[in-house]
Design a protein around this ligand. Structure first.
Ligand code: 5CA
Length: 438
């Protein structure tokens, strides 16, 4: 992408109405534009990151055997009356009437809708297990939308729903999601810690929140330091195998959110292992048995011909919240430092002297090669001052920068900079390309 042709309204000043660094940086880099309290337009740069996160989530859901679909944002109130949640959900739910005076709502979550899909088509235990997910916008009329996309009113969520015949089957589905989450967050460059959590309006008795540690996190969290260094299960994990040890390797350590915190158990840890911090909830998984299947009559015929309500769980990831969360976890005084896997572009190519025939030709040639190699590149072909170009490239935080100027070209070299470390080297354009591609 040529910057002269892109839409990236970067501003120099820190916005006055943003209190945390990720929100400030998202506004300064022109990733989002607020349209109302907790409601945002995703401008091209922010949209690219959102799509990258969505794709990682999709890969890891698919790898764990979940199947993607898409449900609507608007739902019929009648389904929620069946589960009993229409009244129970309270003011967070945006209630709407259509022209026929029918009660509708903008979905804050999808347990009812997916249970209705399931009961329509699945009648026998032989069709189980099933895990269906989508990535769709939700609306929750939060009392205090704040911190930009981290606590929005309209936000993008990945929500998956599992259906099993038995409780043990449902627990296995839960474990698959548990492991898939660790891999997905790891791919995004995050250390997400599963913590025992309260189930709130979703319900059920088994639940983990996946928390990344950050000073600006909304919740107080407590965990064993050992959890910070545990590697993710890895992309070669066999999801059809025994996942109990993989999950237990994590759940054996103390980790809890404020609501579930047990001071005595935490205090029993050696002091140097006690981590008391603030965290951002990027995912939340639930096992709730028959809470929805029973009232909504989602039953299947079991092996003994009896009709039984299915065992369910639901599994959410805050896709749009993650954009802010990743910035909270990865930035420095000059701006964002995108982890490679979620960066909007992999490379920023800076032409130091636009209009100079040699610089223009060298940049055009390298830009073409990068694109040909499938390396997403933002080519700064504007005639802004060199200093302004460097600052802007640091601010938007692409993993690699390549600077091409007249002095280097005389020596036959370009400058390659790794944003994360600030490490710079001079090398030929071909070697720069090779380094980035590896
Ligand atoms: N139905 C279940 C799981 S599918 C559910 O709704 N879970 S949840 O309420 O915990 O939401 C799932 C994830 O969405 C949360 O972990 C969080 O990362 C994200 N999320 C929740 N509320 C907001 C919000 N107001 N703004 C941005 N992200 C949010």
């Amino acid at each position: 992408m040529r910057l002269s042709n892109f839409f990236m309204p970067v501003s120099k000043e820190a916005p006055a109405d943003a209190s945390i660094v990720s929100h400030q940086l998202m506004l300064r880099t022109g990733m989002v534009r607020q349209n109302g309290a907790g409601i945002y337009s995703w401008l091209p740069l922010g949209f690219k990151v959102l799509k990258r996160i969505e794709q990682i989530v999709r890969d890891e859901m698919n790898r764990a055997g979940a199947v993607e679909m898409l449900m609507p944002t608007l739902q019929q109130a009648d389904l929620w009356r069946e589960s009993g949640r229409y009244e129970a959900y309270g003011k967070e739910m945006l209630r709407i009437k259509d022209r026929h005076d029918r009660d509708m709502l903008y979905g804050p979550t999808n347990e009812e809708l997916i249970t209705d899909v399931f009961r329509t088509y699945v009648k026998s235990y032989k069709q189980l297990p099933v895990n269906l997910y989508h990535q769709q916008w939700k609306f929750r009329d939060e009392v205090r939308p704040r911190f930009g996309v981290m606590r929005g009113r309209e936000f993008l969520m990945k929500d998956a729903y599992s259906f099993d015949l038995t409780e043990e089957g449902a627990r296995q589905s839960y474990r698959k999601m548990f492991c898939a989450y660790l891999n997905a967050f790891d791919r995004m460059g995050l250390t997400a810690i599963p913590m025992r959590a309260d189930t709130g309006p979703i319900g059920g008795d088994l639940s983990h929140e996946f928390i990344i540690l950050a000073d600006t996190g909304e919740s107080a969290v407590f965990c064993d330091r050992a959890l910070l260094d545990l590697p993710a299960p890895g992309l070669d994990l066999d999801f059809s195998g025994d996942l109990v040890p993989v999950v237990e390797a994590r759940t054996k350590f103390y980790a809890a959110t404020e609501e579930m915190h047990d001071d005595a158990a935490f205090g029993a840890l050696p002091e140097e292992r006690r981590v008391s911090a603030r965290g951002i909830e990027v995912g939340h998984i639930f096992y709730f048995g028959t809470k929805y299947s029973e009232p909504m009559n989602a039953v299947v015929q079991g092996p003994d011909s009896q009709m039984v309500p299915v065992q369910m769980g639901s599994y959410g990831i805050g896709v749009s919240r993650l954009v802010g969360g990743i910035i909270e976890a990865s930035h420095d005084e000059n701006g964002i430092v995108w982890p490679d896997a979620v960066a909007p572009f992999k490379v920023g190519l800076i032409n130091m002297r636009v209009g100079d025939a040699a610089c223009d030709a060298a940049c055009a040639a390298l830009y073409a090669q990068l694109e040909k190699a499938g390396i997403d590149t933002l080519y700064d072909d504007t005639d802004d001052r060199a200093g302004a170009k460097f600052a802007r490239m640091d601010l938007i935080g692409l993993p690699w920068q390549i600077v091409i100027g007249p002095k280097g070209l005389e020596k036959g070299v370009v400058e390659l900079k790794r944003r994360k470390t600030g490490e710079k080297s001079e090398l030929s354009a071909e070697d720069a390309l090779r380094r980035i591609a590896s």
